[in-house]
Design a protein around this ligand. Structure first.
Ligand SMILES: [Zn+2]
Length: 297
């Protein structure tokens, strides 16, 4: 599943391509992906921004020349397990499992003087999803928090607003849960999933089985710093590509080569040489080092 670094990488790859284009047409090949298609005008929107919140991608758009109260929308996209957003600059990309296709027109005001060969007047944004858990919603601008997942999201871990104290408060709300489970909880902190929780726990030397309430102040601070460092590093490597994940330009990330424990069950710990454990914790395949991250007795 794309986590914060992957969604952020997709955002950065698509941003320069989408901004300033108008949604000319939307092809819905499967009606269950775009949730509220009947409630909104799908076309005629000028894309002004592309934001990320947790694992959600948000496209902000306005209706040109309309000063009315309904002149803006936010398109909310969640890729869930296997969703992809792919840019198709020719309209000829042959891919299966494409469920929604946005046709994006460059406004007429941009003069086509031949210098735009890499910037065709029509491009396509494809929503592709093999397992079809991903979803798209339209909302009136400023109302996107009506989407229940967005409404309940905890703080963004890479902003200055998120402090070590906030992490401690988040943990204190689920004292008996194991730390793996609490970090996967999007109410506590937004954007973490299985990969980066395992890596952050390894980096901070904390067993995924530890009860949240058992962490002392120093451990919480280590964990807080580890989460931020791991996420920054993963964005720097443009995300982790195992199976499905590519950015909006169909390019793989390479943080998979930097992983210390995730996906390395049965291999040697890169720090101490012990065999990395893989087991189920919080219902998820979880990797940890028994020596670097000792389990509670
Ligand atoms: Zn180790």
């Amino acid at each position: 599943m794309p986590e914060l670094p992957e969604v952020e990488t997709i955002r950065r790859s698509l941003l320069p391509e989408l901004i300033g284009r108008v949604i000319e047409d939307v092809d819905l090949y499967r009606s269950d992906i775009l949730i509220n298609a009947d409630d909104y005008e799908l076309t005629g929107w000028l894309i002004k921004g592309l934001r990320r919140r947790g694992k959600y991608l948000l496209i902000d758009a306005v209706r040109p020349g309309d000063d009315g109260p309904n002149n803006s929308i936010t398109i909310v996209i969640h890729l869930r397990m296997t969703g992809q957003l792919l840019l198709d600059k020719t309209g000829e990309m042959q891919r299966d499992h494409v469920h929604v296709r946005f046709q994006l027109r460059r406004p007429e005001s941009t003069i086509d003087d031949g210098s735009q060969s890499d910037n065709p007047s029509i491009i396509y944004l494809l929503f592709r999803d093999v397992r079809r858990f991903g979803r798209i919603w339209y909302f009136r601008g400023g109302c996107e928090n009506q989407q229940s997942g967005l409404a309940g999201l905890g703080p963004e871990p890479l902003t200055d607003n998120w402090t070590c104290r906030q992490l401690a408060q988040g943990l204190s709300r689920y004292p008996k849960s194991n730390i793996k489970n609490v970090l996967l909880n999007q109410h506590v902190v937004a954007g973490l999933g299985n990969i980066y929780v395992d890596e952050a726990l390894f980096k901070s030397g904390i067993s995924p089985l530890r009860a949240a309430a058992s962490l002392n102040e120093a451990e919480i601070e280590r964990l807080y710093n580890a989460i931020r460092e791991i996420l920054e590093a993963a964005i720097g490597h443009r995300g982790t590509s195992f199976r499905d994940y590519v950015d909006g330009l169909n390019t793989k990330g390479h943080f998979q080569y930097e992983l210390k424990v995730y996906s390395r069950g049965g291999l040697e710990c890169p720090v101490c040489g012990q065999t990395i454990l893989k087991r189920r914790v919080a219902g998820r395949g979880t990797c940890s080092c028994p020596r670097c991250q000792p389990d509670p007795q």
